[in-house]
Design a binder for this molecule. Structure first.
Ligand SMILES: Cc1cc2nc3c(=O)[nH]c(=O)nc-3n(C[C@H](O)[C@H](O)[C@H](O)COP(=O)(O)OP(=O)(O)OC[C@H]3O[C@@H](n4cnc5c(N)ncnc54)[C@H](O)[C@@H]3O)c2cc1C
Length: 314
């Protein structure tokens, strides 16, 4: 059976801070707005417990901030769909085409706000244990490891903060990093002072073992050349993030980085904007993501008005 075909003024890909802000602004302009999300609404910040630098809030959780923003966007008519993954897009077409599992959407404007996701552990067998001992979200899955042995992989602030957080569940925690820690002194010191934690530096995971679920890992001490086996119930990987560009890489000519677009969020394809962490820029924060969402939606209006008048400016 043919998929239903629907026209939208604005299709936004990704429901993080940037995408939801764009949805709020575009909805307020009376455009038909669809937001497609293939993970959890809120993106990177969805599970954060205490955000202390979002203007207007002394301290707010990610779920409260995002919950309010989602309600605000929906109040102005934006539709958020989390259950219909995108198969492919044709951004150079007129109108632009977004084909999902169940629908074909035509759009005047596409706003790409797909942000970043955590880099996967570079071991062939890691996919086999994903969510069966190998995890990428301590805030989502940490509670499963009450009184268990956990390893955190990584050496930056995010990894050390994750390790500090997970000590509240773990009976024993290893922080494993291939070189020296880059995290700030306060976080490092906190972990060092925790009796449950052991920090293994110059150490790499070489193999994962387990019958269906992760049971142990082989680690190589690069200083001594010795390999040993650690019994662990779970590992949390925090070795950096990667931009979510796979869907657009070909049409936008993206090598491995983020999408090239200026402060006006315009990409090289007319009617296609990039907003938030997915855009190549120096500062990536909630406020800059919200700013990009605003800019993209307001300039989308200009573009759509131009289309109506037969004279789209770009
Ligand atoms: C642990 C952590 C703590 C942070 N704390 C702070 C803080 O305190 N203050 C601050 O200002 N910033 C903080 N940041 C940074 C901030 O979270 C980001 O700058 C901001 O969330 C970026 O928003 P975004 O909308 O651009 O991207 P994201 O939040 O990454 O959202 C992108 C969304 O797009 C979705 N998506 C991806 N690909 C697809 C696809 N193909 N189809 C559909 N949907 C897709 C994703 O699932 C996600 O929901 C923190 C980041 C992290 C990781």
């Amino acid at each position: 059976m043919d998929k239903p075909r629907t026209h939208k003024n604005v299709v936004i890909i990704g429901a993080g801070m940037a995408g939801l802000t764009a949805a709020l602004y575009a909805g307020r302009m009376n455009f038909s707005v669809l937001v497609l999300e293939n993970g959890i609404v809120g993106g990177q910040i969805a599970n954060a417990t205490g955000i202390e630098n979002y203007p207007g809030f002394t301290k707010v959780s990610g779920s409260e901030l995002i919950g309010n923003l989602q309600a605000q966007a929906e109040n102005f008519g934006a539709v958020i769909d989390e259950f219909d993954p995108i198969q492919k897009v044709r951004l150079n077409a007129t109108p632009k085409i977004i084909e999902t599992d169940e629908n074909i959407y035509e759009a005047d404007v596409v706003i790409i706000a797909t942000g970043m996701t955590r880099r996967r552990l570079p071991l062939a067998e890691s996919g086999k244990y994903e969510n069966k001992g190998v995890h990428y979200c301590e805030l989502c899955d940490g509670h499963m490891y009450q009184d268990k042995t956990i390893a955190v992989v990584g050496g930056g602030n995010a990894a050390v903060d994750a390790a500090n957080f997970l000590t509240k569940y773990a009976k024993r925690l290893y922080l494993i990093h291939r070189s020296q820690l880059r995290a700030d002194e306060v976080s490092r010191q906190r972990l060092k002072e925790n009796d449950k934690a052991e920090i293994l530096l110059d150490t790499e995971i070489e193999a994962l073992h387990g019958d269906g679920r992760l049971e142990s890992i082989d680690v190589l001490n690069k200083a001594t050349g010795e390999t040993s086996t650690l019994s662990v119930d779970g590992i949390f990987v925090n070795i950096g993030v990667e931009p979510n560009t796979a869907l657009f890489a070909e049409e936008l000519g993206i090598g491995g980085g983020r999408i090239l677009a200026g402060e006006d969020c315009r990409t090289k394809i007319p009617g296609v904007f990039a907003a938030g962490d997915i855009r190549e820029k120096e500062i990536r924060q909630l406020t800059t993501a919200a700013s990009d969402g605003t800019t993209a939606a307001l300039l989308a209006e200009k573009y759509i008005n131009g289309l109506k008048g037969g004279n789209p400016s770009w």
